[in-house]
Design a protein. Structure first.
Ligand code: NAD
Ligand code: FES
Length: 274
């Protein structure tokens, strides 16, 4: 059993939770994920590791309440236990000295890009971060991202904080201004698609995280199958990070919405039992 050491809401429907799991902390690398299960009957959900605390032996996850399990998770408190907390899983991010790197974090995707931005900076890169949120109240981790970035730009869709507009607007300006060696984009699928389309025009290598398509994260359900160039890959085993220019975003978008009806039914059932 894995104890919850702390749990707090950091934005509307977004939660930050520290879980006691020293064996995960010891081996975790940026880009990797865990699979948790609340109880013996619960579904398995994969979540990317946001941060670790070696001294405390805790793993920090940040998640959005979107379905039945994440809503149940949000209702747990400090001192409660999770049945399973398995990891680290997946391939770690490619961290080396690229030069000038732009890290684009969209909404909750910012939680995933943080460990990567931190590691890229420690590897000697100049890290320029662009964070996008629907409005000021949805912006997360501004201070932490500031600490690991040489430059930080913020956009909100409604203009309530930072620049008005989408992350792609600032990214285009950065690409026009100076040479960029790598773009890492993590956020909603449409954001990663449009970032990849843009950077392709500039010939800039782009990495995206296809975490949202994973279901059980075990390599067995086959749900996370994606076409990367000419090859078929499993996101939970071969990824979650891939070359954005090789991803078939049309197929990904269809696959990503496949279980929407089942998720809605599960959520309705959950509400009825509350
Ligand atoms: P959101 O819909 O509020 O979008 C966040 C920002 O992304 C926007 O403010 C905008 O700047 C940018 N964006 C969105 N659509 C865009 C488009 N079409 N073109 C350019 N930029 C665009 O995000 P949210 O609700 O906070 O995040 C939830 C989404 O993030 C879910 O879809 C979830 O699956 C995904 N997510 C992805 C990962 C990952 O590893 N890729 C991790 C966590 C969450
Ligand atoms: Fe089931 Fe990858 S999520 S096989």
């Amino acid at each position: 059993m894995y104890q919850i050491k702390s749990s707090q809401r950091i934005a509307p429907a977004v939660w930050e939770m520290d879980i006691m799991a020293p064996e995960v902390v010891e081996r975790a690398l940026p880009g990797q994920f865990i699979i948790l299960r609340i109880d013996a009957k619960g579904e398995r959900i994969p979540l990317t590791i946001h941060d670790t605390n070696n001294k405390e032996g805790t793993v920090r996850i940040i998640f959005q309440e979107v379905g039945k399990t994440t809503k149940r998770l949000a209702n747990l408190h400090q001192g409660d236990f999770l049945k399973d907390f398995l990891g680290p899983l997946g391939q770690p991010s490619e961290i080396e000295k690229f030069g000038r790197v732009v890290c684009v974090g969209g909404g909750v995707g910012t939680a995933v890009i943080y460990p990567e931005a931190k590691a890229l900076r420690e590897a000697g890169n100049r890290v320029i971060s662009v964070l996008g949120a629907r409005s000021k109240e949805f912006l997360i981790l501004e201070k932490k991202m500031q600490e690991v970035s040489d430059e930080l730009y913020i956009t909100t869709d409604d203009g309530s904080y930072g620049r008005r507009g989408l992350v792609t607007g600032v990214l285009k300006e950065l690409l026009d201004k100076d040479k960029v060696d790598l773009v890492v984009a993590i956020g909603p699928v449409p954001m990663m698609k449009f970032v990849s389309q843009l950077t392709r025009e500039y010939g800039v290598k782009t990495v995206v995280s296809l975490n949202p398509i994973m279901v059980d994260g075990t390599g067995m359900c086959g749900s996370c199958r994606v076409r990367i160039g000419e090859e078929t890959k499993f996101v939970c085993v071969d990824g979650p990070e891939f070359d954005g220019h090789q991803v078939d975003f049309e197929e990904l978008t269809v696959r990503n919405s496949r279980f929407r009806e089942e998720e809605k039914v599960a959520l309705e059932g959950h509400k009825c039992h509350q």
